[in-house]
Design a protein around this ligand. Structure first.
Ligand code: ATR
Length: 277
């Protein structure tokens, strides 16, 4: 008898994660015999663990802090992982260990689900220039958004990102945000501002056009002050939990061979878990 397929999340320390809840839900509802474990692997043991992933009993893995850059270096990455400079999903293809970054499709597919037509915006305003921002900017450029204004407290980081992604990305300082709001058809917060325990994101959502869509990658709290303000002004929103659920789809498909759906039942399940914290 063959052992059921299993995947895992590799991190250090073993952080509390919603990924097992998400993948167990899909395994259960699709009737697939399989598993998804959390594996706490310290940096010094990461290479051995990843290079012998199948020996450890896994058909693939998610990778989280602090291993995402090493995961890229130890596998054969696709164009997405290379562009973001970090891999979050590993799988075997013809015996070879491959990697990708599913944050890009997580972000884009969540927008498509929550705010169809969002991509008619000619100007997007992205706040932040860290790792999450790279995935967002890649997705927006790939989707054909003409101008991506990239505002960051440290403007040099925004410039570096613009240098990588080309002429459609316009780096600006944090103080330029107010003037850009009236023409932003899409506003995305990729910074930690507004997250539980972090400073607030000071921004007047009322200055956005009435057709604007607002997306926040922060999901604790689920409704960030930015999303709450956007809703007050009647704007469409896409939240961080939606992105988290959508980014998990591809890994599951690669490991277990079926493309799962992000259902409202799954969302309710994870939402209930978030409110436990
Ligand atoms: P991630 O990989 O999650 O994107 P990161 O690489 O640490 O995390 O990036 C965090 C982002 O939040 C950065 O854009 C950071 O701005 P700096 O590049 O200037 O550090 C932004 N950020 C964090 N705290 C902030 C604050 N108080 N005000 C403005 N931006 C902030």
């Amino acid at each position: 008898m063959t052992k059921p397929h299993a995947a895992c999340l590799i991190g250090w320390p073993a952080a509390h994660s919603r990924s097992p809840l998400i993948h167990h839900y899909w395994l259960r509802t699709l009737g697939i015999e399989g598993g998804y474990n959390i594996e706490a692997v310290p940096p010094e043991g990461f290479a051995e663990f990843v290079l012998h992933l199948s020996t450890h009993g896994f058909v693939g893995a998610n990778v989280t802090i602090p291993h995402k850059e090493r995961a890229l270096a130890l596998s054969k990455p696709d164009a997405r992982a290379l562009s973001v400079g970090a891999a979050n999903t590993l799988w075997y293809e013809g015996g070879e260990l491959r990697s990708t970054n599913t944050d890009i499709e997580g972000f884009i597919n969540n927008l498509d689900a929550c705010a169809p037509g969002w991509d008619t915006a000619s100007d997007a305003l992205v706040l932040g220039a860290g790792g999450a921002s790279r995935a967002v900017v890649f997705g927006l450029i790939e989707r054909g958004i003409q101008r991506v204004h990239l505002a960051n407290r440290t403007v040099d980081r925004a410039r570096a990102l613009a240098d990588q992604f080309g002429a459609n990305v316009h780096p600006v300082g944090w103080d330029a945000i107010g003037d850009l709001l009236p023409r932003a058809g899409l506003l995305v917060n990729t910074t930690s501002l507004g997250m539980h325990g972090q400073p607030a994101l000071e921004l007047d959502a009322g200055r956005l056009p009435s057709h604007a869509v607002v997306s926040d990658l922060v999901y604790v709290p689920l409704e960030t002050p930015l999303l709450a303000a956007a809703r007050t002004h009647g704007l469409k929103t896409a939240d961080g939990l939606g992105m988290l659920l959508h980014q998990a789809v591809r890994g599951f498909e690669l490991w277990f061979g079926r493309r799962p759906e992000v259902t409202s039942e799954l969302r309710d399940l994870v939402e209930a878990d978030l409110t436990k914290v």
